[in-house]
Design a protein around this ligand. Sequence first.
Ligand code: LRH
Ligand code: MN
Length: 424
Amino acid sequence: MKIDQQQIADLNQKHSDLHKRQLENLMAVFSGSLTEKVINKLIDFQVALPSWALGAGGTRFGRFSYGGEPGSLEQKIEDIGLVHQLTKTAGAVSLHIPWDIPEDIHAVKQLANSLGIVFDAMNSNTFQDQEGAGKSYRHGSLSSVDKAAREQAIAHNIEVIRIGEQLGSKSLTVWLADGANFPGQYNFQTVLQHTEDSLKAIYGHLPEDWKLLIEYKPYEPNFYSTVIQDWGTSFMLANACGEKAFTLVDLGHHLPNTNIEQIVATLMMKGKLGGFHFNDSKYGDDDLTVGAIKPYTLFLIFNELVYGMENNPQNPPLAWMIDASHNIKDPLEDLIQSLDAILVAYAQALLVDREALREAQQTRDVAGCQEILQEAYRTDVRPLLKEARMRSGAAVHPLEAYRSLQVRKQLIEERGMKVRATGL
Ligand code: LRH
Ligand code: MN
């Protein structure tokens, strides 16, 4: 289905008077040049949507289908096109192989191009055994003590790079489920050395202008040890591979109360932060809507990102991606809310008075530092998001537009209730 742009314009018209007043009020507080800078940065900010999170997710305790789910890669790209038309912030897709092997690469590229969608990081999958595969990954893939299993996993990653090259992607994300459930199950040093050697082998096949993004995770599906368990291990492996290898930070991959914003600052200072999988969580890798549980943490992370993007030229442009799973929400509504939360945190971080903060830090005005941060965090930046959407042809209220245009109802009429999207 397509959304008629005029429908969006009509909906926006309804909101324009109130929006103008709210924007004027905000511009009375912040200088015109600053608000203009923020609005333009919001318009340029594009987040890749995960191809594996366009249907209903689930847990081992069950899955509740949503109806109208995409049954093919083409339909997944169409759904991302719908979210992009409503938000103008979702101009990219991150594919997961083999869940999304394109049958007709040319047709898929054309479709994506017609919807203003580019291909961001490709994701390999050596955490599930594939039909007819020679070796099982039950006991690991790139870290396996079984040389043939490592070689099979390396070959898969090279295959994923080849598919990505044809689609115009410029990076490969490697997340390893490899780990152990019991003490003594493997030798920590042996499996880490295998992993380093395997990643180096994959790195050797990385095209000149590509990046390798190494994603870490403390546990699940293994519950005693995970080979690439934390940022330090990923950082070490990225350094061992070379200058095109970086660390990918999935917000859900941290033990409770981990200071993620400090990890972000550290990786940017070392020029090794590659990108993000945005989501939110209360306990584990819950893959909930971004900003739904810890919005202040998200703001503090963007506060470090804005500082890093202004002061760390050694760190390349970052990959912005969402990685979520929708157990009870409409997948597209969940993604629209996540995009909104990301833009809110980014806009608030752009309003931090950096000069005053630096001064307060230098003079060790502890309470003053907090006041400066919270002044920005407590600012209602939504008029800036709405202005950015107005200017880019998006819906001022994307979720309201999604509902009033009955997008899900139309998708169910087109695709039925039974279709199940590939992915998690
Ligand atoms: C692992 C992970 C990884 C993906 C998978 C879908 O938890 O975050 O990024 O490969 O989710
Ligand atoms: Mn992830």
